[in-house]
Design a protein around this ligand. Structure first.
Ligand code: 48C
Length: 380
């Protein structure tokens, strides 16, 4: 800026010299020159100050309204210390289990019996006063499974915590009444049914998403989304809770990735090539914070709708889309097959506990109006 003013000052000196010598032509050009230089410097200066003013304004507007504003979010922190506890010291070179994988390459713990201390976890979670929602769908004949599901959940699921059982059903009158202790309640959610059992299973994603958006975020901190044709047979506690978790499918925990029953058609939104994949996750057991479950179910539903518009349906329905989601949105915790088992399978050495097991059923009879043939177990 200063340079411009010096420059225009020299130009005006030059003009006066010519004017005094009576050189009219030179006077004209030097006055023109002065005008141009002055105009440029004026607008440059103006522009600069406008920009500075604007930036200053912006910066000011971003500063707290009152500069002496001394309330920081850190002032709102609460201390969640647990109390004195006595337990064996963890041993750096002696892991609690060496027969199974305890953690994934992206540092998500895999939950096995003997790999955690429930007392410490309960002290932490009770401190936070967490509320857990568990969703099950009992559409058409599957209402028959609700009683056993709730009865066994009362014995084994999140005992001592606030639990909401969210039962989605098209037949509210078929759901028996339950007397539940303080802090635990049964919420019946009326939803439409679909003709095909595959569609019933897949639409769960949409209904969980919509209810998470409208209601669940207000009522609970975590969601656990499971199949209803199951019963609890051992404790399931806060060790399963994490931002977003999946469960190893009991039929594929030891399979290689090219043997996983992922969707393999490239046209499908659930497509996974044979050289990708970490684990095969079961469609009947996932969960996490309400926010993360919202994102997961929204992804899966939209992916399904895209396929449906292209006359495609992934090979194992919602389970295929869930596996696609977990491939590129890694779960922050993984439940071992202890948490989802089928007693139709032999019990391997590593399986120290079976916490949630399939209720033997005739799939065809329970899924369709007429039984076509015998069929048992958690085969899909
Ligand atoms: O509620 C129903 N009704 C049906 O007619 C078909 C499925 N379902 C829901 O979808 C139940 O909650 C089932 O647990 C779930 C699909 N899972 C199964 O059928 C086996 N557990 C694999």
């Amino acid at each position: 800026m200063t340079l411009c003013f010096i420059f225009s000052e020299q130009a005006s000196t030059m003009f006066l010299e010519q004017f005094n010598k009576g050189n009219g032509k030179k006077c004209f050009f030097s006055s023109l020159f002065i005008t141009v230089v002055f105009t440029i410097s004026f607008y440059w200066y103006e522009n600069k100050t406008i920009r500075w003013r604007f930036e200053g304004l912006l910066r000011c507007s971003q500063e707290p309204s009152n500069v002496n504003d001394d309330v920081s979010p850190l002032d709102l922190l609460t201390d969640l210390a647990i109390g004195r506890m006595l337990y064996d010291k963890p041993q750096t070179f002696k892991p609690p289990r060496s027969d199974i994988l305890m953690i994934t390459p992206w540092l998500a713990p895999i939950i096995w019996n003997g790999s955690y201390n429930s007392d410490i976890l309960n002290a932490q979670f009770h401190q936070r006063n967490v509320r857990i929602g568990i969703t099950v769908f009992a559409i058409k004949k599957y209402t028959a499974f609700v009683k056993t599901f709730i009865k066994t959940a009362e014995q084994f699921f999140m005992v001592g915590y606030k639990v909401n059982y969210y039962v989605f059903t098209d037949r509210a009158n078929d759901i028996s009444n339950f007397t539940l202790p303080e802090g635990r309640q049964l919420v019946i959610l009326k939803v439409p049914s679909y003709k095909r059992w595959q569609e019933v299973s897949m639409r769960r994603m949409e209904m969980i998403r919509d209810h998470a958006y409208q209601r669940f975020y207000k009522e609970v901190d975590y969601l656990v989304c499971v199949d209803v044709d199951m019963r609890f047979s051992d404790s399931v506690g806060v060790e399963i809770l994490s931002d977003v978790f999946g469960t190893l499918h009991p039929g594929f925990y030891n399979a290689q990735r090219d043997h996983f029953t992922y969707e393999r058609r490239q046209q499908s939104t659930a497509y996974i090539p044979t050289d990708e994949g970490d684990f095969y996750y079961a469609g009947g057991y996932f969960g996490g914070t309400v926010e993360e479950v919202y994102k997961l179910t929204n992804f899966c539903h939209n992916a399904m709708m895209t396929d449906q518009n292209n006359s495609l349906e992934a090979i194992w329905h919602d389970e295929s889309y869930l596996n696609k989601y977990f491939l590129y949105h890694k779960p922050t915790k993984i439940l071992s097959p202890e948490y989802l088992w089928d007693n139709g399978f032999d019990v391997p050495q590593f399986l120290q506990r079976r916490r949630f097991v399939a209720v033997p059923k005739n799939h065809n009879a329970i899924r369709n109006k007429r039984a076509l043939q015998e069929n048992h177990g958690y085969q899909k």
